[in-house]
Design a protein around this ligand. Structure first.
Ligand SMILES: Cc1cc2nc3c(=O)[nH]c(=O)nc-3n(C[C@H](O)[C@H](O)[C@H](O)COP(=O)(O)O)c2cc1C
Ligand code: SF4
Length: 481
């Protein structure tokens, strides 16, 4: 292991007892509550169903967060890898599948040449994926009337790479001084035009109509992680009808919602959004992340303070009020971006190859997302709130999740990386089984490092299927370098 990848903080697996965990949290000054004892299956809050206002019932409080695998075909169809991952979601025991993975609505908005793409010519493939989820869940759990499935629709904006793994083809809304520089964009790099955005709105609506036809219960209009939907929210310096005022910056969302309500009535809409963002981080000479240099107040972090490293939820709350007024009940909270501040987005002990050593104990990143989510749930009790960033908790995930549910700090415990390494974790927690320690995600970040180096994603260290692939060897070499 190179020094670049040596962990600097205590490993969760060493915190074996509740007093150990509590003491450690205290020593690093992180405020994170948890239940010491897990409740038996007949009392666990994980088992409670959740009734949406539409009358649709979600059978328990686990949600699988969307996770793409950079593994579709180059013409945007699911591959055998994609189907395997989705099957794992279906048989995990979770009753809410949030989007499954990011699916582009047009070719030039794809995040990589293998990202899934939704259009009429591929409708059958998406229908088959949906049907498979239902069949696999039915076979294992005997019922599906309480399984709710969405599809995440996206345009990757600044992070588009539609044709070549090595060639970014960004579509930007405004000139961002730090990100333009980081990704080599000249100051006169063209912005997306309002006309193009109008056409993109139509593409989203068309994709939503197809999603409904394929059988999915909802579409997620992705507004997170620095991709296009998220970039609109911070497009304060953009001129024209899609930038400047809050109303203009949310016109993209409101236009798509209006289109879906008219063209696909009855289809539910969800929004996954970065409830707060920070300034981009860069590695210092010790490879530890520090905020990028910026003179003056930092204006580009939606939900972030002008310091660049704190929260200001004023506009986040405005956005949530807007969602309520649009009758959008399903909301998934996440933060930041994996491209420029991964430690606030997916806390990890081991950074991905394009990242940096975490500047704080990853537990601080977990606690931050949990606290913001709890605050939102308290102030927006009518929304169905999914929380993210639980995977780093490892053995303590069931304890923290139970506390969150029992104290109404979120409605659903969202699971990302953990289900790549340990797909049946929700089932085991629901049955109050001991966790299978050899399957617990240790946040090695290989599932991010692999795609950053042009390979498919997957849990190479822990999933025997990926361990046996040639990519696992290449990945080890890359990490040595
Ligand atoms: C390999 C990988 C792929 C991901 N793909 C998506 C995606 O397609 N859409 C999305 O909204 N988030 C995506 N995410 C972010 C996760 O949904 C989640 O927010 C993040 O991993 C933090 O949750 P965790 O701590 O449970 O992993 C991805 C994360 C990983 C590791
Ligand atoms: S590669 Fe596996 S262990 Fe590493 S972060 Fe991803 S899911 Fe977790």
């Amino acid at each position: 292991m190179s020094t670049k990848h040596k962990p600097k903080f205590k490993r969760i697996a060493q915190l074996k007892t509740a007093p150990d965990f509590r003491e450690y949290l205290k020593s690093i000054d992180v405020n994170l509550s948890f239940d010491e004892t897990l409740l038996p299956p007949d009392q666990t809050p994980y088992k409670n169903s959740f009734l949406l206002k539409s009358g649709r019932n979600i059978g328990n409080r686990f949600c699988i967060l969307p996770m793409e695998g950079w593994d579709g075909t180059t013409d945007g169809r699911p591959s055998e890898y994609t189907k395997r991952r989705w099957k794992n979601f279906a048989i995990s025991g979770a009753k809410l599948l949030w989007g499954c993975e990011a699916v582009a609505v047009r070719h030039n908005g794809r995040a990589n040449p293998n990202q899934l793409l939704m259009d009429a010519s591929r409708l059958d493939e998406y229908k088959r994926l949906y049907d498979d989820l239902i069949t696999q869940h039915q076979e294992k759990f005997g019922k599906t009337d309480d399984l709710v499935i969405g599809l995440q629709l996206t345009h990757s904006g600044r992070f588009c790479k539609p044709n070549d793994q090595k060639k970014m083809e960004p579509q930007i809304l405004y000139h961002h001084p730090i990100l333009n520089k980081k990704f080599g964009l000249p100051d006169d790099y063209p912005h997306m035009t309002d006309d193009d955005i109008d056409r993109l709105v139509e593409d989203f609506v068309k994709a939503a109509v197809l999603t409904k036809k394929a059988g999915y219960h909802f579409v997620d209009l992705k507004h997170c992680h620095g991709y296009l939907g998220h970039e609109f929210l911070s497009a304060r310096t953009r001129e024209g009808k899609y930038g400047g005022s809050f109303e203009n910056r949310t016109r993209f969302l409101t236009s798509i919602v209006a289109g879906i309500r008219s063209e696909a009535p009855g289809l539910e809409i969800g929004v996954r959004f970065s409830a707060f963002d920070w300034i981009p981080f860069v590695p210092n000479e010790e490879y530890v992340g520090i905020p990028a240099t910026f003179q003056g107040d930092y204006p580009y972090a939606f939900g972030g303070s002008v310091t660049g490293t704190g929260q200001d939820l004023t506009e986040t709350y405005k956005f949530l009020k807007l969602l309520e007024s649009l009758n959008i009940e399903l909301v998934c909270i996440t933060a930041g971006s994996p491209y420029y501040n991964p430690h606030i987005q997916r806390p990890a002990l081991f950074p991905p190859s394009d990242g940096y050593q975490p500047p704080e104990d990853p537990l601080a990143g977990v606690a931050r997302q949990l606290q913001v989510t709890a605050q939102i749930k308290k102030d927006f009790p009518g929304l169905a709130i999914v929380g993210s960033a639980y995977s780093y908790l490892q053995e303590w995930l069931p304890h923290v999740g139970q506390h969150v549910l029992n104290n109404n700090m979120a409605d659903f415990i969202g699971l990302g990386r953990m289900v790549l390494s340990y797909p049946e974790l929700p089932e085991d927690i629901l049955a109050n089984q001991h966790l299978k320690r050899d399957k617990v995600c240790r946040t090695f970040s290989d599932c991010t490092t692999a795609p950053r180096n042009g390979m498919i994603s997957g849990c190479f260290p822990l999933d025997p299927f990926y361990k046996a692939l040639p990519e696992a060897i290449r990945l080890k070499e890359i990490k040595k370098e």
